[in-house]
Write a protein that binds this ligand. Structure first.
Ligand code: 13P
Length: 287
């Protein structure tokens, strides 16, 4: 059964580790992530962007697929199905479809409007037992065709949004989605420390997990980050392994064209990436 992310993140915050949110794109992705979380006895959050939800034929299809897999694969670790960077309308669609966790990303609205919409969703999610993530300070980079400049959140605004009663808070600290440019200056730990001090026990979320060096990840966790989002890294691993299979001519050997064989190296590569991240985040054996 899908669970809210509240309990797993509160435990992570108290235990000084982070739970990974891995974004899903299809059945193979979802299966690889769930099997790896189960293998390592780690709680896990499956992230679904609105674009990925559309690609997978709508949020109801996603809920049906994930619920079926939890049963079919015999998954026992806590799993949250989470809308990633949801719009106001998207949030309501996912609540109705049966997601167990929602991110409402109002970071592009003026802070008053972000607060008003987040406040409304806090009440709805609380009533239904869902976790809610809010965002302050837009995360840079490209996601679903939207390019953000990468803001650094104002700790006072973070405190205002945290006080609305959200479950977890994403704050821009120089992190971006996708690969980091060669001249990236790194995470703004001064801002993260200031936010942490203001919001106290509230679990913080680090977006753009792809390509952040291990020492920065560990430092971010020590400063209150309890959820780390990873998307691009699984995509790169999948693509590289699939390219290798085809370039080696394996699809031309025997039944190598069978999609169950053709997509297997990519799925294994996703599993390896998820294993590495779970080890780095420290969530193994915390289920
Ligand atoms: P990356 O694609 O950079 O790993 O970011 C993922 C993310 O933050 C999803 O919200």
């Amino acid at each position: 059964m899908l669970v809210s992310a509240k309990e797993m993140l509160e435990k992570a915050k108290a235990g000084h580790y982070a739970v990974g949110q891995f974004n899903i794109n299809n059945l193979e992705w979802t299966k690889a992530i769930l099997q790896t979380a189960e293998e390592l006895k780690s709680p896990v959050i499956l992230g679904v962007s609105e674009g990925a939800g559309k690609y997978m034929c709508g949020f109801k299809t996603v809920v049906g697929m994930v619920n079926g897999m939890l049963e079919g694969l015999g998954i026992t670790v806590p799993v949250a199905l989470h809308l990633d960077h949801g719009t106001y309308e998207g949030a309501y669609k996912c609540i109705e479809a049966g997601f167990s966790s929602i991110m409402f990303d109002g970071s592009h609205y003026p802070i008053e409007e972000n607060i008003a919409k987040t406040r409304e969703l806090v009440a709805v999610c609380r009533e239904k037992g869902l976790s809610l993530e809010a965002e302050v300070g837009a995360i840079g980079g490209e996601e679903d065709g939207v390019i953000g400049g990468g803001e650094v959140a104002d700790p006072n605004e973070c405190k205002m949004v945290a006080d609305l009663g959200v479950t977890m808070l994403a704050a821009g600290i120089g992190n971006i989605h996708g690969k980091y440019p060669a001249n990236w200056k790194g995470l703004r730990f001064d801002t993260l420390a200031a936010i942490s001090e203001k919001v106290g026990e509230m679990p913080l979320v680090l977006h753009g997990g792809t390509g952040i060096p291990a020492d920065m990840i560990k430092k971010a966790i020590s400063l209150g980050v309890s959820k780390i989002n990873v998307n691009t890294e699984c995509q790169l691993a999948f693509a590289a392994a699939t390219r290798k299979y085809i370039e080696a001519g394996k699809d031309l050997e025997g039944k190598g064209f069978d999609p169950r064989k053709l997509l297997a190296p990519g799925a294994e590569a996703i599993k390896e990436t998820v294993r590495e991240k779970i080890a780095l985040f420290g969530s193994a054996n915390k289920a």
